[in-house]
Design a protein around this ligand. Structure first.
Ligand code: NAD
Length: 364
């Protein structure tokens, strides 16, 4: 097995394996669990169809494992679904020595990880991410949780998976909108990491041309290094919020009547252009880097202007964000590419200017 066929990232307390030849490692890892309390497989309606057959082909010993498939999408990150998972585990006789295998995107790993950590006060879980967001981001880092009262990730816990196995082949069936969403996170990671990761990404012309496996590895490796420094998101890990403060606000207002529909990836991409402007304006990011970062984003995303009349709605959403005081919003910005800076306050006027910059920069 060539090294790049199965890379082991060994920075955290649990191993992350990635590459087309992960299956021997997976088999060896899963065997004791199968012999002990059994392996329970959680999927959603898409991953049961597209990914489970691939998994079973590579690991036939899982053929008799109990299976639960939840509906695809964010609505499954709910307490009702968690109850369903707990009941399914109980009815299947799962004990403390059983293992939950999350086969899916961020929704399956967030919900399944939370259910596993709370079932009988905690059983092990393993993530096999099948979406690009899952592979580049969500499966690693131990954040699990569900949405409550309409608030994303309101309830959850930090609970590490026992291992993560990233098989790039799963992405072949992932719809394009979800591939693009994943690229927003990869661009963010590269901008935060700088150095070779950024230089490599900067050479890519767009999604069709991207060395996806290599970029996933770089993103996961970088995320692991931040988590190692700050597992509970109190300091260094907060850098990962870059682009997400304005991005989340754009995504939230896109659900209001009359506003333009925007995907999660587009929202984060637009948020990163705005926050790159704030980085330049407030944190000293050189203009050349502001331009470089905006250009990279625009190579991957066809972004639409932000209606200036919605700026008030955006500020309202950001003001509800727990990170802020009344007058100012706190941002994770970049002093330079590769040099994050945390808790940078920006006033309402600064945010308005960043929206103006964005509308000008996308050239529409
Ligand atoms: N815990 C974390 O650190 C973390 C980080 C980032 C995002 N998240 C969470 O992850 C979620 C978003 O992640 P996501 O985009 O993976 O969501 P998702 O799990 O909903 O997956 C996106 C869509 O792709 C489908 N899908 C997944 N893999 C597929 C495949 N191989 N072939 C065909 N279809 C496939 C899914 O069924 C779903 O419809 C959000 O809930 C977000 O809050 C968590």
């Amino acid at each position: 097995v060539k090294q790049e066929q199965c890379v082991k990232i060994d920075i955290l307390d649990y191993p992350v394996f990635a590459g087309p030849e992960i299956w021997d490692e997976f088999d060896a890892f899963i065997n004791p669990g199968l012999k002990a309390g059994g392996v329970f497989i959680l999927t959603d309606v898409n991953t049961v169809k597209y990914c489970l057959p691939v998994l079973l082909e590579h690991v036939p010993s899982l053929n008799n494992s109990p299976l639960l498939s939840i509906p695809a999408g964010e609505a499954s990150k709910s307490i009702e679904k968690v109850e369903e998972i707990w009941a399914w585990l109980m009815e299947g006789g799962a004990g403390r020595d059983s293992l939950l295998l999350n086969l899916g995107g961020g929704v399956v790993s967030d919900t399944g990880g939370f259910a596993a950590a709370t079932y009988k006060r905690g059983i092990q879980h393993v993530n096999i991410p099948t979406s690009l967001i899952g592979q580049a981001d969500a499966a690693v880092g131990g954040k699990t949780g569900i949405n409550v009262a309409g608030v994303k990730n309101l309830v959850g816990l930090f609970t590490d998976p026992s291992a993560v196995f990233i098989f790039p082949g799963f992405l072949e069936t992932l719809p394009l909108t979800h591939i693009t969403s994943g690229f927003a996170e990869i661009i963010k990671s590269a901008a935060l990491a700088g150095e070779k990761f950024w230089i490599d990404l900067n050479k890519v012309n767009g999604i069709d041309d991207a060395p996806v496996n290599q970029l996933i590895l770089a993103a996961v490796g970088f995320k692991c290094s931040l988590i190692k420094q700050d597992p509970y998101d109190l300091s260094a890990r907060k850098a990962l919020n870059f682009g997400h403060t304005i991005g989340h606000a754009l995504e939230s207002i896109s659900f209001l009547p009359g506003n333009m529909v925007i995907t999660h990836g587009e929202a984060v991409a637009a948020g990163m252009i705005c926050e790159a402007f704030l980085s330049h304006f407030l944190a000293g990011m050189p203009e050349k880097e502001l331009d470089e970062l905006s250009s990279v984003i625009l190579r991957f995303f066809d972004l639409q202007p932000i209606n200036p009349e919605t700026a008030g709605q955006l500020i309202n959403v950001m003001n509800h964000d727990k990170k802020n005081d009344r007058e100012r919003v706190l941002f994770s910005l970049l002093e330079r590419i590769g040099k994050p800076v945390l808790n940078e306050p920006a006033g309402i006027e600064d945010i308005f200017r960043s929206l103006e910059f964005y509308n000008h920069r996308i050239g529409k």
